[in-house]
Design a protein around this ligand. Structure first.
Ligand code: ASP
Length: 310
């Protein structure tokens, strides 16, 4: 069953004209993560590689393509966790860098802290030699259009969240059976300045523990935080549920308890995996045994050889 990598491109409602880009983006990211694993890389290397690719892809709400806050600016959150040691690293409300997940990994590897935020995170990025990029380079026409539409006094909040692009994330198990997760987001459209979502909060945006598995989440961050979604899934797995059943149980609990929708990718340390969501769509892809699996709508599950172009 090992190794395996599973990625998501965000829970939500993806307009038809953007669907193809979303599925090809997650498929390429899963393939990139899988190449790392096949080359003997760790699950942490694989999830960071997969999520970095998605951050660089303007079709997703992370890195370039992030949604804008109410002031029309980009503020991003990211999280990584290693299931062997429970080491974690996170950044919140960071600006002017292309790959927040790589910065989160540096927080894990090079500091004694779990999360750095805002200006302090920026100083740390500088000290690590991470290049600063102009905010404009992270903003797409599409994200500016949606910001403008939503800021209009007659904006319909439901419609505005409809064209929503996805937060991104990945989970993996390497050939040693070590699990890891990474999640990265621009957050919620037109959020308040300084709003921190679920993504950088341990147990909410993700969790990884070799004793049970790894999860990366997406969806309404305030709801995810209330139920500590990633850790809840692993709790159900510890009680004997499969990755798929535990993911469904936790998503159902979030829906019934706090009326929240979302999606997750989940693995157990043996390489069983699931990509599940309660939202209308979630672009996802998995790579295992030289096969690429992917889907977008509920119940969809396509497979092809990993080498076939998507
Ligand atoms: N969970 C993210 C947040 O609330 C958004 C998303 O997953 O689409 O920041």
């Amino acid at each position: 069953m090992l190794p395996v990598v599973v990625v998501h491109g965000g829970a939500g409602h993806i307009p038809k004209e953007r669907a193809q880009n979303s599925t090809s983006g997650v498929s390429a990211a899963a393939r990139a993560g899988y190449i790392v694993l096949k080359g003997g890389g760790s699950s942490m290397d694989a999830v960071v590689e997969a999520v970095t690719q998605l951050e660089n892809n303007p079709s997703f709400n992370a890195g370039c393509g992030s949604v804008l806050n109410v002031k029309g600016e980009v503020e991003m959150d990211a999280f990584v966790m290693d299931g062997k040691t429970l080491a974690t690293g996170a950044v919140s409300a960071v600006r002017d860098i292309a790959n927040p997940t790589q910065l989160a990994r540096l927080v894990m590897d090079k500091t004694s802290h779990a999360c750095l935020t805002a200006e302090g995170a920026k100083q740390f990025a500088r000290s690590m030699g991470i290049p600063e990029v102009p905010m404009e380079s992270l903003i797409t026409e599409y994200s500016r259009m949606r910001w403008r539409k939503n800021i209009a006094p007659d904006a319909n909040p439901v419609e505005c969240q409809m064209g929503k692009m996805g937060t991104v994330g990945a989970v993996a198990v390497d050939s040693e059976g070590v699990v890891a997760c990474a999640t990265s987001t621009g957050g919620m459209l037109n959020k308040m300045e300084g709003r921190v979502g679920d993504t950088p909060c341990i147990g909410c945006g993700g969790y990884a523990d070799n004793n049970s598995g790894a999860v990366s989440t997406t969806g309404h961050g305030e709801a995810i935080m209330k139920v500590v979604l990633a850790r809840l899934i692993l709790f159900y797995m510890e009680q004997g549920q499969s990755a798929e059943a535990a993911s469904d149980s936790a998503l159902a609990y979030m829906k019934s308890r706090v009326d929240g929708l979302g999606g997750v990718v989940t693995v157990d340390p043996r390489g069983n995996w699931a990509a599940r969501f309660s939202s209308r769509q979630m672009a996802w892809a998995a790579a295992q045994k030289d096969t690429l699996h992917y889907g977008l709508y509920t119940g969809e599950h396509f497979t092809q050889s990993i080498d076939e172009p998507h």
